[in-house]
Design a protein around this ligand. Structure first.
Ligand code: ADP
Ligand code: ZN
Length: 527
């Protein structure tokens, strides 16, 4: 077989970022990948949509040689290969749909070590000819997808799958991973036995963390909200507060310290000694609050973290889940608490559009952010939304998230939304939310008079709502993609294609009524 350059010193995280454009591993993905990269076997049970593919795709790129993926569904195989090719990964498939020449080209590519992944139907794989080829190639791993097909008890039994146990004996040094979304304990045992995976580590994931209470509130005065929350519910508890910037980390740690809490900052701008010391104190002492950027948390396994607070919106549900997941590892009641506002949405959208990534990368990031915002604005059970995103299901609303405990009221936003959108339009899509609200509420400030906007038709037509209510309307419009912040980064709001039917008043829209907040001291940090 042809020698390939060894690439096993590649870092799985780096591959995740560079090739797939994702921020973080989902739960278990990292552990599974490490197991395979180190040459171990794995049996993976994860819900559909949970992210099984990455569990072998990343090791396929980290380990030297070609990964053989056995998949019974030809259409799926073709989709995956197409998607991988689009990402620049060298992938191909072998199945019954190809003619002789196509198959021969693919086999040649395998033999010359040009492939990172080769997808193969089971009946094809077990042909003596194919096995012979594999023996002469360099194989990095075998991935057996839909592994429950080996079970005679299930609906999907395929006799070809039984033959796959040969891989264990014929390729004893090649790590194998079997994956399935449906397997009770008996089936799992059957899979392990029939595929000769009795030494494989089992990775079983549902995504629910029932002891974590999820809560997300609109930001009014973030600092006061945080202090109130900790004082009322977690006084003296150990917790993590996440902020986006180093500056905010420092300020927030100081704020909490001034109130008598043991709060320590943690971010990449601190020197290594301070970082290590703060982390150490967080791990060893009781009741320490660590205030951190996302730099903190990798590999932190402290069981009794009672709360995780977010003062800034994470970029994706993966990040949110991972960060909040650091709470309550001991299974005791814990809180995942977050405040977010219009400025967060605008900032994240701008960071994303201004980033260096290619179009594919940005499209993915945009979808991730939309899902995150969807969770913020949802009026039904948050846990159900979160779990559905990871392919897991929860039959009933959880009863342990804020929307379950205090179902948010909604109101008919049709007219308000029409007014808000026309105001954006009439003022030329050049202004930020504060200005727009001033116009809607008929303020006589100088900027408006200078621009002559006291004469536009939307001037003063919005006095029925308070400035805070309007902020909530605008936030929901941006969160739901009807408005976007200008790409230049001045915070001007612009209409999107999507808002047309709303602008014309053709469709109904229900808005979330933000919880009434007590008049807060100090000025609101953002809306
Ligand atoms: P499964 O095979 O378990 O049904 P997939 O591998 O098809 O799930 O993944 C489902 C979706 O989740 C895909 O759109 C994939 O891009 C996305 N995904 C998987 N892992 C991650 C991750 N670490 N970060 C972000 N998105 C991910
Ligand atoms: Zn709920």
């Amino acid at each position: 077989s042809t020698e390939r350059p060894r690439v096993s010193d590649q870092d799985p995280e780096e591959v995740l970022h560079r090739v797939f454009g994702y921020e973080t591993f989902r739960p278990l993905q990292g552990d599974i990948i490490r197991e395979l990269v180190n040459g171990g076997d794995a049996l993976v049970l994860m819900p559909t949509g949970g992210g099984k593919s990455l569990c072998y795709q990343v090791p396929a790129l980290v380990r030297a040689g070609t990964a053989i993926v056995i998949s019974p569904l030809i259409a799926l195989m073709q989709d995956q290969v197409a998607a991988l090719k689009e990402l620049g990964v060298k992938a191909a498939f072998l199945n019954s749909t190809m003619d002789f020449e196509q198959a021969r080209d693919t086999e040649n590519a395998l033999m010359t070590g040009e492939l990172d992944l080769l997808y193969c139907a089971p009946e094809r794989l077990i042909q003596p000819r194919t096995l012979d080829l594999l023996h002469h190639a360099s194989i990095s791993l075998f991935a057996i997808d839909e592994a429950h097909c080996v079970s005679q008890w299930g609906h999907d039994f395929r006799s070809d799958y039984l033959e796959l146990s040969r891989l264990a004996h014929e390729f004893p040094d090649v790590p194998r991973i079997a994956l399935t979304a449906t397997a009770d304990e008996r089936t799992r045992k059957e899979i392990a036995e029939r595929l000769s995976l009795t030494d494989a580590r089992h990775f079983i994931s549902g995504f629910d963390r029932p002891n974590i209470q999820y809560r997300i509130s609109p930001k009014t005065n973030a600092n006061k909200q945080l202090l109130d929350f900790i004082k009322a519910e977690h006084d003296g508890d150990c917790g993590i507060v996440y902020c986006l910037s180093r500056n905010k980390v420092d300020n927030t740690a100081k704020l909490l310290s001034d109130k008598g809490y043991t709060a320590l900052p943690y971010h990449a701008g601190l020197n290594a000694i301070d970082r290590a010391r703060h982390q150490e104190r967080f791990l060893r002492e009781d009741g320490v609050i660590i205030v951190a950027t996302i730099a903190f948390g990798m590999g932190i396994d402290k069981p009794d973290v009672r709360f995780v607070a977010h003062l800034d919106l994470p970029k994706s549900l993966e990040a949110y889940y991972q960060e909040t997941g650091r709470a309550g590892r001991d299974g005791k009641p814990s809180t995942a608490w977050m405040v977010y506002g219009l400025q967060d949405v605008i900032k994240l959208r701008q960071m994303l559009e201004g980033s260096m990534g290619n179009d594919h990368f940005k499209r993915v990031e945009r979808q991730k952010l939309d899902a995150m915002l969807g969770l913020c604005e949802v009026t039904s059970c948050r846990r159900q939304v979160l779990l559905r995103y990871f392919g897991d299901t929860l039959e009933q609303p959880c009863g342990n998230c804020d929307t379950c405990l205090n179902p948010p009221e909604t109101w008919d936003g049709k007219v308000a939304v029409q007014k808000a959108l026309s105001c954006v339009f009439r003022t030329g899509q050049r202004f930020g939310v504060t200005y727009l609200i001033d116009v809607l509420r008929g303020s006589e400030n100088e900027r408006i008079l200078q621009s002559g906007h006291q004469t536009v038709s939307t001037y003063g037509i919005g006095t029925e709502l308070s400035a805070n209510d309007w902020k909530s309307v605008f936030r929901q419009l941006v969160a739901n993609g009807y408005l976007r912040a200008d790409p230049e980064g001045y915070g001007a709001l612009q209409l999107t294609e999507q808002c047309r039917p709303l602008l014309k008043g053709e469709v109904a829209i229900q808005l979330r009524k933000d919880p009434v907040v007590k008049a807060s001291s100090g000025r609101g940090s953002s809306g």
